[in-house]
Design a binder for this molecule. Structure first.
Ligand code: SF4
Length: 277
């Protein structure tokens, strides 16, 4: 599929998209990333009510340093799967929704993949959204949070921070990476009094250990800036992406968590004093 034939807008981020930026020379990719004048996007979607307050326009970036076993969008792992988009073009896209977003008390969310793999592009997009008076949210695993200066953090109204699991060994097995930088970013956001919504994906056999969840809940409650927690039950709806991409999907036999486990998990966060759904 050629990039020129693929619309930046998608019905949902769950459309499988590959190789849309593959023709861009490596040196151009590097300079685009360094300047932030161009980024790589899987798509823009509209109408989300789960990626921040109100109704959201979401830009889905490509590129991620994690390899979560339960990832719903493994086609966003590779940056070159995304469409190369100038910051001007992305801003223009956002401008179309400006009035509607205001009416619906919504805003703009940058998600991924991991949006901070393209931190300069993210910073420019947030600044542009701010200039249009649009509420901004960053959906991130937090690993690269230290790429943002304190001043840049000020342009982000809300951080949707994914905490995958507490135990470092388990975290490494689940994502391939260490949880330390994410926790450090959370503490930094707390010190700067920037609001966080915590996101926690509940996967039977992987992240459903109540003791582990209690530690995340205690950490979140201790921060003082966590406005809410969203418990996201695992599902199998994106399994087809793993299969199409010929990736080794290890969760083929894993079922969605039963309602009582979802309720128990929400209960653990609430018992720590957090607002959880
Ligand atoms: S951080 Fe998100 S995009 Fe990256 S692998 Fe994990 S679930 Fe997928």
């Amino acid at each position: 599929m050629a990039a020129g034939k693929t619309s930046l807008e998608a019905k949902s981020p769950y459309e499988l998209r590959v190789n849309l930026g593959r023709d861009m020379p490596e040196s151009d990719v590097r300079s685009a990333l360094a300047s932030g004048d161009m980024g790589f996007l899987h798509s823009f979607t509209t109408g989300s009510t789960v990626d921040g307050p109100g109704v959201r326009v979401v830009a889905w970036t490509t590129g991620c340093m994690y390899r979560c076993l339960y990832c719903h969008n493994p086609d966003t792992w590779t940056m070159s799967n995304g469409i190369p988009v100038t910051v001007a073009k992305a801003t223009e896209q956002l401008r179309k929704y400006r009035q509607g977003l205001k009416v619906m008390s919504g805003g703009f969310t940058l998600s991924g993949g991991e949006a901070l793999m393209q931190d300069r592009f993210a910073v420019k997009l947030f600044a542009a959204a701010r200039r249009m008076g649009i509420h901004t949210a960053l959906d991130t695993n937090g690993y690269l949070g230290d790429r943002l200066s304190d001043e840049e953090l000020e342009t982000i109204d809300l951080v949707l921070l994914d905490i995958k699991t507490w135990d470092p060994e388990r975290h490494k097995k689940l994502t391939g990476m260490d949880p330390g930088p994410t926790l450090a970013f959370a503490r930094r956001l707390a010190a700067a009094n920037r609001p966080i919504w915590l996101r926690f994906v509940l996967v039977p056999g992987l992240t459903d250990d109540p003791e582990d969840i209690s530690k995340i809940a205690g950490f979140g409650a201790g921060l003082g800036n966590v406005q809410r927690v969203d418990v996201l039950p695992f599902h199998q709806m994106r399994r087809y992406k793993w299969e199409k991409l010929k990736l080794n999907y290890q969760l083929g036999q894993t079922e969605a968590p039963p309602p009582r486990v979802v309720d128990r998990t929400i209960g653990i966060f609430r018992a720590a004093g957090l607002t959880a759904y």
